[in-house]
Design a protein around this ligand. Structure first.
Ligand SMILES: *[C@@H]1O[C@H](CO)[C@@H](O)[C@H](O)[C@H]1NC(C)=O
Ligand SMILES: *[C@@H]1O[C@H](CO)[C@@H](O)[C@H](O)[C@H]1NC(C)=O
Ligand SMILES: *[C@@H]1O[C@H](CO)[C@@H](O)[C@H](O)[C@H]1NC(C)=O
Ligand SMILES: *[C@@H]1O[C@H](CO)[C@@H](O)[C@H](O)[C@H]1NC(C)=O
Ligand SMILES: *[C@@H]1O[C@H](CO)[C@@H](O)[C@H](O)[C@H]1NC(C)=O
Ligand SMILES: *[C@@H]1O[C@H](CO)[C@@H](O)[C@H](O)[C@H]1NC(C)=O
Length: 623
């Protein structure tokens, strides 16, 4: 009854045209299969899929407006983070959309009790065999295999009844081959050990009264003492332990091993010893919580990423409580095992979980995974990005690593759209305008864009411009100045989209972090290092803000681009080499190599009117 009334009230023409479930189909989503993947045989008819249907969010514009206002220090709503219910109110799909989609599902024999929802009901989840999905979407699924041995059941193109096109923004798994890639680099992983554990004394600890960056920082071994001194938090004692948490993500079977964390703390943050047993590891969708590595995992370096992230965050932000999310369900998987989990897109599974948590959420979430934007269908990237905006609206600073290949990997910089045109390769989710993307530096006084040459394993930090997302308002002026000063639009004409969202937004140290893995100390590099380092610093900022009775930072970018950059150490030389070019140069002010630069803990607080006493930090006191 309700359905009919609503449709009639809105005068939907499809009602007059006949039963809506049988309106003609038209292609709704189409995306080329990424290079390196090829179809093998038709997918087994009974292969189970966990189908996720993204409904058009009711008032995303309203949510976006609030997000930008609450992140703009000049707005009266600054710091006014939304509750889960407020967010759901904005993004809940319209009754019309919801009814139309349900009618279609019921009309195809799907029962109400088989349907699951996110709290805002903007994503619908239903478990179905391939045969049923093929019927729903008028398509054919194949099993695809990648050059590096991953498998996925996908289809490049899918259709919907025409009347549903406006109500459904994306459906997965269909044409997304998106698989987050860890951004930690440990070249010559199996043989290179920085130091035998017995010889550690040669490197550390620094003299107890060491106070300057020169005394505690060395590009061969970057420790938490160095990071805390360099970014000015060394003498700060966290005060809001019951009100503030920081979180990080493990995907792809990555683990954070407490035994290695213990060794790390013993050597680099002895007063924090014991914290290795205090963080929560939260398993989502069967994500691993294992604390040992088998022979295959040792060979593959499993745990290097997870260890880098948890050790760095604890090393910087201890005793702020840490939560480790471990999300399962990502490639590789074997299509003959018909478990539905295996076909999931891990970001969505994780987002569903986190967004269903009660307030307050962790104040900072660090994610060291990214993938090529062009492997992600645009409709899906937009829906995931809009979903990430919900985290920002609820007061979370969402940080993603910018990638480890500058403007693109050498020899890989071609478009995937059939033209095979030369192009820089932006990363997603870094290209999403509602998150903060973290680039990488090295050296001290001054820091410069990280550069490790080919001999030692090419590594430069990711930076680029999205083809999918337009330049957000907060970034327009910064980008205009950057283009005028550098001439990169002319220099790299055709290789990037000057009208897109540029990243990174800021940066941090990212080379030769002293990480323990499998019981030994090893240098690990990548924007996977800078992202947890900056996350740790921002978690401390939130601690001090809470203690001062102020709201947490939340979504950083409008604040950062609107003046917050004054609290960042500008990086002004070097560039982010990639695609066999010099990439984008770092210049004074904003640039696409390092964003606004690296954080200064005390200055960020000063800009928020919070004075944390004490000297410390290379800048001393700032008042
Ligand atoms: C950095 O550490 C290495 C290894 O201990 C040492 O050889 C080098 O002299 C140090 N550099 C500085 C500037 O202290
Ligand atoms: C990083 O560490 C390696 C040793 O692990 C060293 O060879 C290299 O010079 C270091 N890089 C810099 C910039 O110090
Ligand atoms: C090692 O552990 C991984 C993850 O649990 C598992 O997938 C793999 O089969 C194991 N390998 C061996 C040789 O036991
Ligand atoms: C891991 O540690 C064990 C025990 O110390 C050692 O035998 C093994 O070679 C190490 N494996 C790797 C890959 O580092
Ligand atoms: C794309 O063009 C490059 C350079 O001409 C070539 O090396 C590469 O094989 C081409 N790739 C495809 C998929 O056509
Ligand atoms: C690359 O780095 C290695 C080790 O630091 C150095 O010996 C070599 O000269 C560098 N090569 C170039 C081309 O910069």
């Amino acid at each position: 009854m309700l359905v009919t009334t609503l449709l009639l009230a809105l005068g939907a023409t499809s009602v007059l045209a006949g039963p809506v479930t049988r309106s003609t189909y038209a292609v709704k989503g189409s995306h080329p299969v990424p290079r390196g993947w090829r179809a093998t045989e038709r997918a087994p008819k009974d292969h189970k899929m966990e189908l996720r249907i993204g409904l058009t969010q009711g008032d995303f514009k309203g949510l976006e407006k609030h997000l930008f206002e609450a992140s703009n220090p000049r707005h009266t709503k600054y710091g006014n983070h939304l509750s889960a219910d407020d967010v759901h109110h904005f993004i809940k799909p319209s009754e019309e959309a919801s009814s139309a989609v349900h009618e279609w599902l019921y009309g195809n024999g799907i029962l109400a009790e088989e349907i699951e929802y996110t709290p805002a009901k903007d994503w619908i989840k239903v478990n179905l065999p391939v045969s049923a999905v093929e019927n729903l979407l008028e398509t054919e699924y194949h099993t695809y295999v990648s050059e590096d041995g991953r498998t996925a059941v996908r289809t490049p193109e899918w259709s919907l009844p025409r009347h549903l096109h406006e109500h459904i923004s994306t459906i997965q798994p269909t044409n997304s081959f998106f698989g987050p890639r860890a951004q930690a680099r440990m070249e010559k992983r199996k043989t290179e050990v920085l130091m035998d554990t017995e010889d550690l004394a040669e490197y550390i600890p620094p003299p107890p009264d060491a106070a300057t960056v020169a005394e505690v920082c060395n590009t061969t071994w970057v420790t938490p003492t160095c990071l805390r001194t360099l970014y000015g938090s060394i003498d700060y004692t966290p005060q809001s332990l019951d009100k503030n948490t920081v979180a990080m993500n493990n995907f792809l079977g990555e683990v954070s091993l407490r035994s290695d964390t213990k060794l790390y703390l013993e050597n680099f943050r002895p007063e924090a010893l014991g914290a290795e047993n205090e963080y929560d590891i939260i398993s989502i969708n069967g994500g691993t919580t294992a604390q040992t590595l088998n022979a295959t995992q040792l060979e593959e370096g499993t745990g290097i990423e997870g260890n880098l992230d948890d050790q760095t965050i604890i090393g910087v932000s201890w005793p702020t409580p840490l939560e480790v999310f471990s999300t399962g369900g990502s490639p590789p998987f074997m299509p003959d095992i018909t478990t539905p989990e295996n076909t999931n897109e891990p970001y969505l599974v994780w987002l569903e979980y986190v967004l269903s948590l009660p307030d307050p959420l962790p104040s900072v979430i660090s994610t060291s995974y990214d993938d090529d934007e062009q492997t992600v269908p645009k409709d899906y990237a937009i829906q995931v990005c809009n979903t990430l905006a919900q985290l920002g609206a609820r007061g979370v600073s969402v940080l993603f690593a910018s990638g480890d290949a500058g403007v693109g990997g050498s020899g890989e910089c071609y478009s995937n759209d059939g033209r095979n045109a030369s192009t820089f390769l932006p990363n997603f989710p870094s290209s999403c305008p509602y998150i903060t993307s973290v680039g990488g530096t090295y050296k001290f006084n001054p820091e410069v864009p990280v550069f490790r040459n080919r001999t030692t394993g090419l590594y430069t930090a990711g930076g680029g411009v999205s083809y999918y997302f337009d330049t957000p308002d907060y970034q327009v002026d910064a980008l205009k100045s950057y283009f005028a000063e550098t001439g990169v639009v002319e220099q790299y004409a055709g290789l990037f989209n000057p009208g897109g969202r540029a990243y990174p937004d800021l940066s941090g140290q990212s080379l030769n972090f002293t990480i323990f893995w499998n019981g030994t100390l090893r240098p690990v590099s990548g924007t996977s290092a800078s992202t947890p380092a900056v996350s740790g610093i921002l978690a401390l900022v939130n601690d001090a803000l809470i203690a001062a009775g102020k709201p947490t930072l939340g979504f950083l970018n409008p604040w950062l681009y609107g003046g917050g950059y004054e609290a960042f150490n500008d990086v002004t030389t070097g560039s982010n080499y990639g695609c066999d070019t010099e990439g984008f140069p770092a210049v004074a002010g904003y640039d696409i190599a390092t964003g606004w630069g690296t954080p200064n803990f005390k200055q960020i607080l000063a800009l928020h009117g919070v004075d944390v006493a004490g000297p410390g930090g290379p800048w001393g006191s700032w008042e």
